[in-house]
Design a protein around this ligand. Sequence first.
Ligand SMILES: Nc1ncnc2c1ncn2[C@@H]1O[C@H](COP(=O)(O)OP(=O)(O)OP(=O)(O)O)[C@@H](O)[C@H]1O
Ligand SMILES: O=P(O)(O)OC[C@@]1(O)O[C@H](CO)[C@@H](O)[C@@H]1O
Length: 326
Amino acid sequence: MIVTLTANPSIDRTVNLVGRLERGTVLRAAATHSDPGGKGVNVARALTSAGVAAVAVLPGNEGDPLLTALSEHGIEHVTVATSGPARTNITITEPDGTTTKVNEPGVVMSAESLADLQSEIIERGSRAEWVVLSGSLPPGIPTDWYATLVEALRSASCRVAVDTSDAPLLALAERFPAAAPDLVKPNSEELAQLTGADGQLLEESALRGDPTATAHAGRQLVDRGVEAVLATLGAAGAVLVTEAGAWWATPPPIVARSTVGAGDSSLAGYLAAHMSGATPADCLRSAVAYGSAAAALPGTTLPTPDHVDIDAVTVTALSSPAPDPA
Ligand SMILES: Nc1ncnc2c1ncn2[C@@H]1O[C@H](COP(=O)(O)OP(=O)(O)OP(=O)(O)O)[C@@H](O)[C@H]1O
Ligand SMILES: O=P(O)(O)OC[C@@]1(O)O[C@H](CO)[C@@H](O)[C@@H]1O
């Protein structure tokens, strides 16, 4: 069983524009649709479609449209009461595929709801193979909460994966190695936040065929206690770094329609393969296959195994980046 935590879930409202996004004008939408969202929710959705048992833990009150949508999608979920309905995050897509996203801050979480959420995760973590801590933290949650959770889950037998950004990510890294997870899934920007690298350069050099800088940045985190770093690089695929080595996987050519949820699908693909006992290289292959399948789908539509072409992904072993002399 995989338990995902989404402290800041959302309804993802996608608006497909007829033309280009022009600031300060009235724009016409060709179509709109809504999906249940939030990073951990997306991971649980993709895992469920892949036939891997998953439960999404999130704040939410009975009658919240997000919970109704989760039930309609057949996603197992557990909620703790909170102070209001889930936020709505807006995705605006233009006909050429350009995507603009506006995320609300989320519902303020009381100390009581936070304590309930923490107990739920720790209790469920003690019976799970993996706990996945994903996404931003809503107002009311201390920025170092993920660090606290990772440390609290140390005594449980589960593995812990974290996918977050900005202050919660930096607060987690400040408490490495005590709070170093089994897996982190930064994108290029997040890897840059953690290591001081230039995120755009990491992606650009991988796109030109050289992922070495990403492997070196990932190695810095392994040296600080993280067991595996799955660094996703958009169209350039992803790099996996562990103590044992580093690998780069590139996706098949696709027409990207919406990358929203691509990172979450990558994480789900990695975990689904890991649960089946796959090698690190094959976990990476599955991550990139799921990520690129998601990027080819509209809005926050997540891939099912039918969308995923594992064999179309190319995996290359990289010469192992040396440990940081510092
Ligand atoms: N343009 C693209 N072409 C092919 N694959 C892509 C493209 N964009 C993303 N992907 C796939 O999706 C994975 C995750 O993408 P990315 O690095 O953008 O994650 P992210 O920033 O975490 O995504 P999210 O928007 O979900 O937060 C990549 O590793 C790759 O497999
Ligand atoms: O605001 P956060 O928590 O950082 O990200 C939330 C979000 O953008 O992440 C998912 C895609 O990864 C979407 O479903 C959701 O809207």
